[in-house]
Design a protein around this ligand. Structure first.
Ligand code: AMP
Length: 507
């Protein structure tokens, strides 16, 4: 029986004493123990019917258990569906319903919040962690599991991304999408069993889950698992790491600390950045301080990684490097897909084994985002420079990336527009010294105007923290063009200094 992803990532760990995950409490989980956990979890998933093709929703803290559920889902042939831990119950309900999942796993303390949702959707709810119901299910189960047979094209995961329409789409990732990309990255970035990755990213997103963990699993490396980016614990762990993957905010926060020196990180062989643009000035400041050039790469949920600066040779600040060896990338006229000449700016389109299978149960949306010849339209605008490096110049849509997380303005606007005193709203991203971009809400208001305190309170219940506006601006009306479209570019220009001071608006 073959199961491409399980066979490559998890099977080789069986019985191995080597360290795999270093935990915050100072203990270490060996590869063999992790493999045994995956096997027990797989038996439990099988017992509750989470087998071939079934969707398994997980919204849980960053623990080895959460990661073992990924391995166990792959083993039973189920489809792993991790959710941002910041999502409210209202947000989670959409993913449960849209995916038609059969099982949902949450942290024990979330049970009261999720129980009504599970009952309403007729989905089985289990809890992870201390005295969790799932742990009880797995107790005493066998520590070996024969994985379900899967083809390279079978689904392994469903990662929800969102459109500017505000409706999230489930990106279908096959075994081969994930495995081919992991193989390419291990090779390109020279990962080996000598590596220790400092892992401070979340594991519900493609960066921390697939880029980081798949690369570690495939190469036999170890990781220092930290629940989140915390400056103190990261600085404390750096001497034990050989590599780190991070969003640009990691690097700017470290640069703000005088303890970041060549002495602290001189032994490390690789710093990787992605998920949002790394400013050329950050790249230069890092190199000046540490003597190391950050390697910037570019990818997205739907495509896995697409480009990377080289391991050997110059890593050019402000570029994301050339396409990966198995990726074909072209720049086109956004409206019609006509290829543009080198150096011209247009839509970035890509094709390769890493590109997803389409959006879950949305054939029209899938068709709209692929060209007839199979190229995926990324929605990012960019160019290829004279050296073959890709430069991303902006996003075609108005996506905001704050601290590495995507914020879709429409989703925030829909909540704002319901508020008394708000006529309409425009949510934009403007430069923020800490988060890259900060969410700013521009409100057109009626006579008395809205109560901002009340809006903030509603936001806290309805939206994940990173989506909540960091500041509010009131206007009598929003600027529009002759076609009636709100001029977000104009708003962005007008308020580009809103967060210029670090202490601005609760940054
Ligand atoms: P996500 O699907 O959350 O991974 O977000 C993907 C988007 O993040 C891409 O479409 C880009 O707009 C952006 N992105 C990822 N990496 C980079 C990078 N190195 N530089 C600029 N933008 C990036």
């Amino acid at each position: 029986m073959r199961n491409p992803l399980f066979d490559a990532l998890f099977a080789p760990m069986e019985g191995q004493d080597r360290p795999l995950i270093h935990l915050p409490d100072g203990t270490t989980l060996s590869a063999g123990d992790f493999h045994a956990m995956v096997a027990r979890f797989a038996h439990a998933l099988q017992a509750v019917g989470a087998t071939e093709g079934a969707r398994v929703v997980v919204q849980a803290a960053k623990t080895p258990q959460m990661l073992a559920l990924y391995g166990a889902s792959v083993a039973t042939g189920a489809v792993f569906l991790p959710l941002n831990t910041g999502y409210t119950a209202e947000e989670v309900a959409y993913f449960v319903e849209d995916s038609g999942a059969c099982l949902m796993l949450v942290d024990s303390d979330q049970r009261p919040k999720m129980e009504p949702l599970a009952a309403q959707h007729g989905i089985r709810l289990e809890t992870l962690g201390h005295a969790g119901s799932f742990d009880a299910l797995t107790d005493g189960l066998a520590e070996r599991f024969t994985p379900a047979s899967r083809t390279p094209d079978d689904l392994a995961a469903l990662l929800y991304t969102s459109g500017t329409t505000g409706r999230s789409k489930g990106a279908m990732m096959s075994h081969d999408n994930l495995l081919s990309n992991a193989r390419t990255l291990v090779d390109l970035w020279r990962f080996s069993d000598q590596d220790v990755l400092l892992h401070a990213l979340p594991i519900f997103h493609t960066h921390g889950l697939f880029v980081a963990c798949n690369v570690v699993f495939l190469s036999g490396a170890q990781m220092i698992f930290q629940p989140r980016f915390d400056l103190e614990t990261v600085i404390e762990a750096l001497p034990r790491a050989t590599t780190m993957m991070g969003v640009p905010t990691f690097y700017t926060r470290l640069l703000d600390d005088p303890r970041l020196t060549q002495d602290l990180v001189g032994h490390m062989r690789l710093f990787i950045s992605g998920s949002a643009p790394l400013l050329a000035e950050t790249h230069k400041a890092w190199q000046d301080r540490t003597g190391q050039a950050i390697l910037e790469r570019y990818g997205m949920t739907e495509t896995n990684m697409l480009t990377s600066n080289p391991y050997d040779g110059p890593r050019k600040p402000g570029t994301v490097g050339p396409p990966l060896p198995d990726v074909t990338l072209r720049i086109t006229e956004p409206d019609n897909g006509t290829p543009l000449a080198q150096g011209e700016t247009g839509m970035i389109e890509v094709r390769g084994p890493n590109v997803f299978k389409g959006y879950w149960q949305m054939p029209e949306k899938t068709a709209a985002e692929f060209r007839a010849d199979g190229f995926f339209i990324t929605g990012d605008l960019g160019l290829v420079d004279a050296d073959g490096n890709v430069q991303i110049v902006g996003r075609a849509k108005d996506l905001i990336i704050s601290g590495g997380f995507n914020v879709y303005p429409k989703e925030v606007e829909l909540v704002l527009d319901e508020m008394p005193g708000v006529l309409e709203s425009a949510v934009i991203g403007v430069p923020h010294p800490d988060f890259g971009e900060g969410v700013l809400a521009v409100l057109a208001s009626t006579g008395e105007g809205p109560d901002i305190g009340a809006i903030k309170a509603v936001m806290q219940n309805r939206l994940a923290r990173y989506k909540q506006p960091k500041d509010y601006v009131l206007l009598p009306e929003l600027p529009r063009n002759t076609m009636g479209k709100v001029q977000k570019a104009e708003l962005r220009a007008r308020y580009r200094d809103q967060f210029a001071s670090k202490n601005a608006a609760g940054a």
